[in-house]
Unconditional design. Structure first.
Length: 204
């Protein structure tokens, strides 16, 4: 889930700090965009709206905390292969230009987990399901076991479920494992900050 992008954002901020360049997070965005589409978001964190290929990010006004259950699938899924499969699925179709969802932004402002879950969407999901049909089974199992919503994260193969609260997230994680639907399951809470310099005491 953008682990390389998060590492890249941390490395950029670390170099800026260690070398005393003084660009700060805002000044690093140009360099982040050259490294990858997700790096800019990893610099600012929180909840953000991305445009372009994802490198143009601006913070979104949100409230509340969101409890997630994250399922790691066995094996990987090639991002280029997923995009090729999406092109195959969409061949001959008129695809509208992407636009931000006013309903999703309103739900985020209100901090309503159920409303956010109802608007979760990922254009790459069907392509990921096509290449790895078992992912659909995991998604469906999570929804049946009580998740408010669930979707493939990015190009997959990780699947993220939104729960109503921390207890529900823990219950869902346990149910996914106990049912045999998943083995590598984690809980997470968001939003969280982006790359940050942490002060620590000198060690002998």
């Amino acid at each position: 889930m953008a682990g390389g992008s998060a590492d890249a954002a941390a490395a950029l901020l670390a170099c800026d700090t260690l070398w005393g360049v003084g660009l700060g997070v805002e000044g690093l965005h140009e360099y982040a965009a050259r490294l990858g589409s997700d790096v800019n978001f990893a610099l600012i964190g929180g909840t953000a709206l991305g445009t372009g290929r994802g490198e143009n990010v601006c913070a979104a006004l949100t409230s509340g905390r969101y409890e997630w259950v994250v399922v790691q699938a066995d094996g990987g899924l090639s991002t280029p292969a997923v995009f090729r499969e999406l092109d195959r699925i969409r061949e001959g179709q008129q695809v509208p230009a992407p636009e931000s969802s006013a309903e999703m932004l309103a739900a985020l402002r209100a901090g309503e987990s159920a409303a956010v879950a109802a608007r979760l969407d990922n254009d790459l999901e069907e392509a990921a399901f096509s290449l790895r049909p078992e992912l659909r089974s995991v998604r469906d199992a999570g929804l049946m076991l009580g998740a408010l919503g669930g979707l493939v994260s990015g190009s997959g193969p990780t699947i993220a479920f939104l729960a109503s609260d921390a207890n529900s997230a823990n219950d869902l994680a346990a149910a996914l494992v106990n049912s045999g639907a998943a083995t590598r399951v984690h809980t997470a809470r968001g939003p969280v900050s982006g790359a940050t310099v942490v002060e620590c005491e000198d060690r002998p």
